[in-house]
Design a protein around this ligand. Structure first.
Ligand SMILES: [Zn+2]
Length: 241
């Protein structure tokens, strides 16, 4: 393992929002590669491509990089929650520390990475229910916002958007053009939530999982497979049970 000093000397670093990438100059002619290995981001690039150009390329890849980083980080197991102060709860790309405070029931608030829940007594089910209400509210805001963002890109608009509780699915779409989303998806990284939003929007065009459907998903989200893989591996943890 080279020391930090050696790395600084030999590699260029591109600092992004939330991560930094080491540039490795290669013998490649034009093509640029992106790798996320053990939580580290590498850009493999020929000498002819400037750092500024690589930075722009990385901007278009950042959702993919973040999803990779999150899937590689060891998130705390979600099972056997106690609903006590200090436990970690994920919401999109944030890991929040639960802070249970005594007082009359109040809407949860987030303050400097702490998720503050105010309940008369620290009963686990009261804390859990307050958290569910909060995740639902977050889902109402965030998912509607992402649907508004992606609908023009997909070229399909839903008639209604509902936030629901499902046990074994993240979203659904029916023949009336109504979309439903599971609030539990808010515990996943934002890139994963986007993939679920795009998946359901694409069902407005194709009510099946055939090649045209996946081609449409890929056109809007070229790296949707990473999010799909993340959900396959980590999806069971997105729960308050
Ligand atoms: Zn589907």
């Amino acid at each position: 393992m080279p020391s930090a000093y050696t790395i600084d000397q030999l590699t260029e670093i591109i600092v992004m929002d939330g991560f930094s990438a080491s540039v490795k100059r290669t013998q490649r002619k034009r093509s640029v590669g992106f790798r996320v290995v053990d939580g580290e981001v590498f850009v493999l690039a020929p000498k002819s491509i400037s750092k500024a150009e690589l930075h722009l390329m990385l901007v278009t890849k950042q959702a993919w990089v973040r999803a990779k980083l999150v899937s590689q980080s060891k998130r705390q197991p979600r099972s056997e929650r106690q609903y006590v102060s200090g436990e970690q709860f994920a919401c999109l790309d944030d890991e929040l520390r639960l802070d249970v405070r005594p007082g009359a029931f109040k809407t949860c608030v987030v303050e400097s990475q702490r998720l503050i829940v105010t309940v008369p007594q620290a009963k686990p089910e009261w804390v859990r229910n307050a958290l569910e209400r909060w995740y639902r509210q977050q889902a109402e805001i965030h998912i509607k916002d992402r649907v508004a963002h992606f609908a023009p890109l997909v070229g399909a608009w839903p008639t209604t958007i509902q936030i629901k509780t499902y046990w074994a699915r993240w979203g659904s779409c029916n023949h009336q053009g109504q979309l439903q989303f599971n609030w539990k998806i808010m515990m996943a990284p934002s890139a994963v939530v986007d993939s679920v939003v795009v998946h359901e929007l694409c069902h407005l065009l194709h009510m099946h999982h055939g090649p045209e459907f996946w081609a449409q998903v890929k056109r809007v989200l070229p790296h949707y497979r990473d999010a799909k893989q993340w959900l396959k591996e980590e999806g069971y943890q997105l729960t308050l049970d």
